[in-house]
Write a new protein. Structure first.
Lengths: 345, 345
């Protein structure tokens, strides 16, 4: 048997501001054969997500950060290539967190088997995976939209936002997206069924939002922060709900901005307009996974809910693809195809 | 019949920063006799509350602001002195919003009759009134404390805070107060049953809070804002709830502070720690009034819940007493005794 190796992307140094190629290195790691209870996984898809930027900082957050010299963390869909475990068979497809690498030895814990007959296996990292569940619970459990409400979604065509917007539309809401490129705005309306979508590149985002939301905003699903937050915030109605899911515009910030302190104004608005602002981390909603998979699975089969993937080939391109997340380069759920997907013809 | 007059406190000009005596004037208004359907009310107690500062600004908020030249708004307990209405009898006690004045002609709408045999009539402006209901709903409905939770209350001995702290204690929580004067901190612990109370005058508020809250903070009831908010915020646990009830430290602010923008850091904490921050205005909770009156009434009779009133005599002293609210001069619910309370021996 030839020696097993895994090609890995290693966090070499902690990025300051936007991640640079030089913050990473490629490592070829020799792997032993699976020991008793272990399996060998070949990565097919690696998910690239904004949260990963936070894991590159030496800041304790809701999950441990990545040590320099370690493989970058990340969700993956893999196939079992060798098994020394009674629970797995060669050819099984699994979703888990094996990181930015081509192969991994694994003890089988926290893996979920995938049935490629049910849905394309890549969707376990997107619309039927972590981003989809985030959207589902963040909108329904925190945002609590009622039919007729106006729902605004930033990063409207992203992995999370695209699901939020469509579930809001299915829930009978008026749904307004905020995206960057005009192409994404058109897609949001034409394909995802947003009632309108405005670009955060436009100089009058706030007045465009006012026009698109004549009755104000009842639910804001926040993925972006910064000036997008500012533009939406003043339109929030009394008793509006804001789900704080992401703040991608801040993730690469290194220094405090020169802006004046906005907190007192925001807090006063929370008080006088009785806003509810709540953060979501998907880990807290595993109890919602059965409902989520049933509902979103049905909506996909019905054609009520669509998804789009932006697939980049090769683990060596993971860093440059990840960099593009922060400039809106991707269009749909960003995935690295690390190796061939045998379920595709 | 001698002419009826009402001595009124008029908003003469809009305060810039802390309200000055010169922002107000005293007016003697001649009143007609009650017309059909009207009653004449003599004010016994006028409630002075921090929210009134907001009404002095020409800023549309959750309620209309006071026009210059108008009587200042305010909650009152009054007695009916003359009635031309079938619904009221001379001698009836009522709670309503008749403002900073000694007498008022009234059409009877939005008045609630008080039974002086049930509780001192002054409590309808405090522990059994608007501040009490604010505390009850803001803690129980928004804060949702569970037995064993750590609850922090700023303005811990104030009209709202004192009720919050005691309901939290009755709910089985560990309750930590923040107050100003040492005398208030002692009162919070000795009389109100807080487990500890720290002074916001101390230079190491944050470390004192850490010591008082070894398991972090699960519920923060915010009445103050500013540096008190900063001191508490970093101690909030994952899934903590923050009720935004007031921000008295900001109400007299005229200019933006020089502090850097704290909003991104706060939003990131909301996200990573899954905080829920929600504002409360008591108007939204009238449906909770029956439960509130039953529960708090029972706790007062049981001796489980105590209250303290800070009573200043004379409508002409309303302005100076109101000014004291912002420097912590009052100790307990601040009331003006506008005229004799006939229910007292």
């Amino acid at each position: 048997m030839k020696p097993l190796t895994s090609r890995q992307v290693i966090l070499a140094s902690r990025p300051i501001g936007a991640p640079q190629a030089s913050d990473f290195s490629i490592n070829e790691k020799l792997l032993n054969a699976p020991e008793a209870g272990e399996i060998l996984l070949r990565t097919i898809y690696l998910s690239l997500d904004p949260y990963m930027r936070g894991r590159m900082n030496a800041v304790t957050s809701y999950a441990p950060y990545v040590q320099t010299g370690e493989v970058m963390v990340g969700g993956t869909v893999s196939v079992v290539e060798a098994s020394n475990s009674p629970d797995f068979t060669i050819g099984d497809f699994v979703v888990g967190y094996t990181g930015w690498q081509t192969h991994a030895l694994h003890d089988g814990t926290d893996l979920r088997k995938l049935d490629p007959g049910q849905a394309p296996i890549s969707t376990a990292l997107g619309v039927l995976g972590m981003p989809g569940l985030t959207a589902y619970a963040g909108l329904l459990d925190i945002g609590q939209p009622k039919a007729g409400d106006t729902v605004v979604v930033s990063a409207a065509t992203g992995a999370v936002g695209s699901v939020v917007g469509q579930i809001a539309r299915i829930s009978g809401c008026r749904v307004i997206g905020i995206a960057g490129a005009q192409e994404k705005c058109r897609y949001a309306v034409d394909e995802l069924g947003y009632h309108a979508c405005v670009s955060h590149h436009s100089s009058d985002l706030k007045s465009q939002l006012a026009e698109a939301c004549p009755d104000g905003v009842d639910v804001y699903f926040e993925n972006v922060g910064g000036s997008v937050f500012d533009a939406v915030f003043d339109h929030l109605n009394v008793a509006a709900r804001m789900t704080v899911c992401g703040m991608i515009s801040h993730y690469n910030e290194t220094a405090r901005s020169d802006e004046p302190d906005r907190l007192p104004r925001v807090m006063r608005a929370i008080l006088t307009r009785r806003l509810k602002i709540q953060g979501i981390i998907v880990f807290d909603y595993s109890h919602r996974e059965p409902d989520f998979l049933a509902d979103v699975g049905r909506w996909i089969r019905n054609g009520e809910l669509r998804y789009r993937e932006d697939i980049v080939d090769g683990i060596d391109n993971a860093v440059s693809a990840f960099q593009g997340l922060f400039t809106g380069k991707n269009f749909g759920k960003l995935l690295i195809r690390v190796s061939d997907d045998p379920t595709l013809g």
